[in-house]
Design a protein around this ligand. Structure first.
Ligand SMILES: [Zn+2]
Length: 120
């Protein structure tokens, strides 16, 4: 990175303090997947500098989170952004990805492209 700006997104493993800081929210999802497959640990959001998250009610369930964000993304909401929004009510990255899987099984979410979801 050539500039001294702080990456917009960061998440940490509480168990071993490994951190991922990035400007691409889906990198946080990749970090979780790598770290979880190696260690079994879950990952928690530290910060998400993303104004659109203010539009999501703090107590929104996953369906409402995706609906609230959907209109701001042309090709589905990045999974990383969904996990960031859900973290505001205390969910870890792993918990949110599991919930996304469950809702997709009910057919209420679809995936316009890899790691991006939309609500029907
Ligand atoms: Zn860890």
């Amino acid at each position: 990175m050539s500039r001294q700006t702080r990456p917009k997104f960061a998440a940490t493993c509480r168990a071993c303090a490994e951190e991922c800081a990035t400007d691409d929210p889906n990198e946080i999802v990749e970090f979780y997947r790598r770290h979880h497959s190696l260690t079994g640990h879950d990952v928690e959001w530290e910060r998400a500098d993303l104004p659109v998250l203010e539009r999501v009610p703090l107590d929104a369930d996953l369906q409402s989170v995706v609906e609230a964000l959907d209109e701001h993304y042309e090709n589905g909401v990045p999974l990383g952004v969904v996990t960031a929004a859900a973290s505001r009510r205390g969910a870890t990255v792993g918990e949110t990805l599991e919930e996304v899987r469950e809702v997709r099984l009910t057919g209420r979410f679809w995936e316009p492209s890899d790691d991006r979801i939309s609500a029907y």
